[in-house]
Design a protein around this ligand. Sequence first.
Ligand code: SLL
Length: 145
Amino acid sequence: RVRVRGVDIHRPIIYGNTAVVLSQKEREALPTPDHTHRWTVAVRSAASAPDSDIVGGADDLSYFIKRVTFKLHDTYPNPNRNVDKPPFEVSETGWGEFEITIRITFPEIPPLEEAAKMGPVHSWQYDEIVFRDPFQSFLNILTAH
Ligand code: SLL
């Protein structure tokens, strides 16, 4: 198992969701008439399909993505939805807004014995704490360093 040092290789993706309001008729046809929207959450290639009203999605991502897991709100049955082939998306109906965690699994997972030899995995994100219109006394503390 060889690591190619010094190489950064990119695959542009988009992820997001589309939602539409259901008509009165569509709502009545549902087993859950309190649902007001139909929505789709998806991971797609960022390469757009020109003759389609779908956002992105022209390229097949399955050659390097094994599974996409969408973690829905706990009010949904089986909230962990695994999608193992394209399109990597979930469509549902619902009534409320919530956040979705998307986990992407890649095919090349080193066996645990090998991973143990590779040392720690680092995942750190840069951010800043912004103090808008700070109290003078707090500003003095911050700037004294
Ligand atoms: C909240 N943001 O904090 C809301 C939660 C949950 C949305 C929204 C349907 C679930 C179902 C649905 O839309 N859940 O009955 O299948 O309370």
